[in-house]
Design a protein around this ligand. Structure first.
Ligand code: ADP
Ligand code: MG
Length: 1006
């Protein structure tokens, strides 16, 4: 944009906010004219794009142009519809907010073309895949279909859309267009049965007649001559030079199949279109006041076949009216006028509903869920004709609502920007048109309510009584007047049957004639019944039998429109809007003609001056510090050739040097705001002068700049590549996560490899350190088996390493510990305490054993000795003894005396309790006279002692661990019993019952 500032004398300003005299309509139009002459059809008002229809093909929509606007800042290049498209697309992608682009303007101003250009821009520039290609095709092909059925040649536009259209383009997370949804508004159904002079019916009728194959026409009972059809001759304009119906027919047929219409569906659709033409050719006989009858039976025959209904029933329904009064059905014949209007009502209803069906069908083929959205609204702009009727009333009401939305959202975004930049918000004076919206739509006292009331009330309501009611109810409103209520001067330019609304964009007179009928939009019950019986699959969807049962009156046209508008506003409110305002330069559809009167009229009715006022209320120009400094730094010695400090300080230094006065600008957080265009222009002129004087030096500098730019470019490329790679990695990761439970496939390959790698890395850091450490990281599903194998291998390896380090002494220790574990593990309470304590070779060394004893043992090798307590058989007295284990026997010693020797061969068994005491019994055979019965001993190292006994005597399997008590022999056949209990203190004593009672502590001796 800045680059064009210098040429502003010739090509005007690219943004109307830079007009010095922003309140002057003449200056506004002059700027438009300058640009139009230079084929510059686009100009901004801030972020609003004003577009003037060039009526010729300009070379500005090529693929190169699309590329030029991709990812570029709004202001860096000249205004273009692609800039708006790209800006919305990028906001949707980066801010994750749904967008909408509102296109308005009067008929022929270029709205539909603009919306097509936007759609094409997305189709070409957005990422795509095969599946997306299909959707893109469907999105693009929905246009010719909707235009065939919803557009017509009018005086203003050879391809005028006769319905409002809101289309959502849906994008997936990659930014590819993947679906769409269309809402249609207020199809001009009256065109089906009547066209003004010089206008045509909807294109499809002519396309079918001109392009349809012979076969097809024969089946439909049609002739290849539009003049034959009453519904096509009203405007006396069957052919238009700019339209080729035959080739358009081919385009539409192809588009229908791209969208997914089956051959049968196309056939049924065309049956309906042909039926409408046949309906139009039905003629009636009968006197004016008498009953009407049908004189054209051929039509009925075709209709019966094409619609799949009974001819007689249809015939009757077209000439009679069925009323249900007090539960009884009455049939009354229609007169000529009533019968023709019943027929027309049927044609309109059939066509209108089929159109809605068509839109729904397209929606089904474009359906997609969970997407980001850019909405395109291509809707009639303000309409002011010589005679304005119900349709203009609805259309203009719609524009009031859109203006409301515009004001609210623009003011809000201005306010938000000021706030973000830390600049105080100064209230803007503007006209709030809510008062007009209320006048039209308010419950009970709004114009629509009053109209509905007249439509519904019994008695002889008419368009005139509606007008009177308006006068009585809202006659005093500042924005409404009528012929009767107004002053003499206005009365001269108003008809008696008109009311005038003072819209935000200007005054419009509405003629009330036909308001009630159009609002009622009634179709006689028996005609509805016939349609419900149709065999045509499309019609059965359009005319639902449930509708017949519903005795409530259908909603009026105005109320339906009001409701759908309210919904539309809700949709638009939830999105971030951009605006395209289209202007038609002349009525002759001619290139290069700038009709000032016509344009002034549109500037007014589009509310452009009001737009500009709101936008210019604060500051004319705002730019990021970086952009501003970059452009103007050569104007100040301190900022030239480069500024090293903070950007804000650089700009501040620069503007002070330039002599900006405090009221002329403000510095925000990231932008400079300049209040008047003249300030900016002065700076711009200074730059021009400076450029000349810099000329010489600049050529040197420019070399340096080139090198610098190259280097910067390389760095930027590298950065961009890194960013792109990072984004790709993240994308692949997310996709892989979604597909993680699937078999290995291209989508999850990366993710699964990553998971494997990261598990192995984690494992490496967290391997168990000792053989006893059983911890192991939890593997991902894909690695469970591998992890298990690794764990086993690693354990084996560790055990192997461990074993290699064991010495004979330690081996011996472990072997003993193994035996102990075999005997006592989970069987005796004090076993666990023994585990960490090492077994010793002996508890008594040579000096502690009497030499006499050693002498008497002779050559027998001593293997282990331990002090024990012996409980004698009489009274269980405790005696200190020593237990010695030799290679052949266990010996009990009292000081120097060898008291008892038990050969291992004679040792029958060993008993011990399961508790934590240290008492044990060595059982000997009773018949052995040498022995004096079993020996009851106690050792403080019970586990060690008994393990040694078990090993020396090879009696590992002869140790009995008992619960409760042990029975033993005392000699001479007597038996003794030891009872084991647990308590707080160790106690071994004779109990009253004569048993030896052993109370063991939980942490008793070992
Ligand atoms: N940007 C444009 N470039 C060239 N011709 C255009 C452009 N916009 C509109 N036209 C011409 O004007 C005609 C009417 O435009 P259209 O978009 O149908 O108007 P609207 O939808 O506003 O009624 C188009 O058929 C086309 O011939
Ligand atoms: Mg249009």
């Amino acid at each position: 944009m800045e680059s064009a500032l210098t040429a502003r004398d010739r090509v005007g300003v690219q943004d109307f906010v830079l007009l010095e005299n922003h309140t002057s309509e003449a200056a506004f139009i002059e700027n438009l004219r300058k640009r139009f002459k230079e084929n510059l059809i686009y100009t901004y008002i801030g972020s609003v794009l004003v577009s003037v229809n060039p009526y010729k093909d300009l070379e500005i929509y090529t693929k190169n142009h699309m590329e030029r606007y991709r990812g570029i800042n709004f202001y860096e290049v000249s205004p273009h519809i692609y800039a708006v498209s790209d800006n919305s697309y990028r906001s949707m992608r980066t801010e994750r907010k749904d967008q909408c682009i509102l296109i308005s303007g009067e008929s022929g101003a270029g709205k539909t073309e603009a919306s097509k250009k936007i759609l094409q821009y997305y189709a070409v520039t957005c990422p795509a895949s095969d599946q997306v290609e299909t959707v893109k095709d469907r999105l693009l092909q929905s246009n010719p279909v909707l235009e065939a059925f919803g557009n017509a040649k009018t005086l203003r536009n050879d391809n005028s859309s006769r319905f409002g259209k809101y289309m959502d383009i849906q994008f997936d997370f990659k930014g590819a267009p993947v679906g769409g949804h269309i809402l249609n508004y207020l199809l001009e159904k009256s065109r089906v049965v009547h066209q003004n002079h010089g206008e045509r019916n909807f294109h499809i009728f002519y396309q079918l007649i001109e392009g349809g194959e012979e076969d097809l026409l024969r089946r439909l009972g049609l002739e290849r001559n539009p003049q034959q059809y009453q519904y096509l001759v009203k405007g006396n304009c069957p052919k238009v030079s700019s339209i080729n119906d035959r080739s358009d027919w081919k385009v539409v047929r192809k588009a229908l199949s791209v969208i997914g219409f089956s051959e049968d569906e196309v056939e049924e659709l065309l049956n309906i279109i042909a039926s409408v033409l046949h309906l139009g050719n039905i003629q009636y006989g009968g006197e004016d006041s008498g009953n009407a009858y049908i004189t054209t039976d051929t039509q009925i025959k075709y209709l019966a076949r094409l619609l799949g209904v009974d001819g007689l029933v249809l015939k009757e329904a077209l000439t009679h009216k069925k009323i249900i009064a007090k539960g009884e059905e009455l049939k009354s014949p229609l007169n000529l006028e009533q019968a023709s209007s019943a027929r027309d009502a049927l044609s309109k209803a059939v066509y209108g509903r089929t159109f809605t069906w068509l839109v729904n069908k397209i929606n089904v083929s474009l359906a997609y869920k969970n997407a980001s959205v850019i909405g395109l609204l291509d809707i009639y702009g303000f309409e002011v004709f010589q005679h304005n009727s119900f349709e203009q009333f609805c259309i203009n009401y719609c524009n009031e609502k859109l203006q409301q939305l515009f004001i609210e959202l623009t003011l809000k975004s201005e306010q938000d920007e000021y706030e973000a930049e830390g600049i105080t918000w100064e209230p803007v004076q503007y006209f709030n048109n809510k008062i007009i919206c209320d006048l039209v739509e308010e419950k009970f006292k709004g114009i629509i309510s009053i109209l509905d009331e007249e439509c519904l009330r019994p008695g002889d309501a008419s368009d005139i009584t509606f007008l009177e009611k308006l006068e009585n109810t809202v006659g005093g409103h500042a924005h409404l007047t009528t012929h009767k209520l107004t002053d003499g001067k206005t009365r001269k330019v108003m008809g008696r049957e008109e009311f005038r609304l003072l819209h935000y964009a200007g005054e419009v007179n509405y003629n009330v004639n036909g308001f009630l009928d159009k609002n009622n939009d009634l179709l006689f019950r028996n005609l509805k019944e016939v349609m419900c019986m149709s065999d045509n699959k499309i019609l059965t969807q359009c005319f639902d039998r449930a509708e017949l049962k519903d005795s409530r009156r259908p909603e009026t046209a105005a109320t339906q429109f009001k409701t759908s508008l309210a919904k539309l506003m809700e949709i638009l409110m939830s999105k971030e809007p951009s605006y395209v305002r289209c202007i038609k330069p002349n009525d002759a559809k001619q290139a290069g003609r700038f009709d000032e009167v016509l344009i002034r009229h549109q500037v007014k009715y589009l509310g452009l001056m009001e737009n500009l006022r709101v936008r210019r209320a604060g500051f004319a120009y705002r730019r990021h510090y970086e952009t501003f400094l970059q452009r103007y730094k050569s104007l100040c010695p301190e900022t030239w050739p480069s500024w090293q400090g903070k950007l804000a300080d650089g700009v501040s230094t620069l503007v002070k040097h330039l002599g900006y006065k405090p009221e002329e600008y403000k510095l925000g957080r990231s932008k400079i705001f300049i209040r008047f265009p003249k300030t900016l222009f002065a700076t711009e002129d200074a730059l021009e002068t400076r450029k000349h004087s810099l000329g010489e030096r600049e050529s040197h500098v420019s070399h340096a700049v080139v090198v610098q730019a190259w280097w910067k470019g390389i760095l930027a490329c590298r950065r961009a590549r890194r960013r792109r790679e990072a984004a790709n990695t993240i994308r692949r990761f997310i996709k892989g996560f979604i597909y993680r439970h699937n078999e290995r496939c291209p989508e999850n390959e990366y993710f699964l490899d990553y998971v494997r790698y990261s598990f192995l890395m984690k494992l490496r850091r967290n391997l168990p350190k000792t053989v006893l450490d059983k911890s192991w990281p939890t593997p991902p599903t894909a690695l469970i088996e591998a992890s298990e194998r690794l764990r086993k291998l690693y354990m084996q390896n560790m055990v192997w390493g461990y074993c290699k380090k064991i010495n004979p002494e330690w081996k011996h220790q472990l072997e003993q510990k193994m035996v102990a574990s075999e005997i006592f593990k989970n069987k005796k309470d004090n076993y666990p305490q023994s585990v960490p304590k090492l077994f010793v070779g002996t508890r008594l060394n040579g000096e502690e054993i009497n030499p006499k004893v050693l002498q008497s043992l002779g050559s027998e090798k001593m293997k282990y000795a331990v002090p024990v307590t012996k409980y004698d058989r009489k009274g269980y007295k405790a005696r200190p003894r020593q237990l010695l284990l030799t290679s052949n026997s266990a010996v009990i010693v009292e000081e120097a005396k060898l008291k008892q020797r038990i050969d291992y061969a004679a040792l029958k068994g060993i008993s011990v309790s399961s508790l934590s005491d240290g008492v044990f019994v060595l059982h000997v055979p009773t018949e052995d006279k040498k022995q004096k019965g079993d020996v009851v001993l106690q050792s403080d190292h019970i586990i060690e002692t008994l393990t040694k006994v078990a090993i020396c005597a090879d009696k590992v399997n002869s140790i009995n661990i008992n619960q409760g008590s042990i029975t033993f022999t005392m000699g001479q056949g007597r038996e003794g019993i030891i009872d084991f209990t647990s308590g707080s203190e160790l106690l071994v004593a004779k109990a009253k019952n004569g048993h030896l009672s052993v109370v063991s502590r939980n942490n008793g001796g070992i």
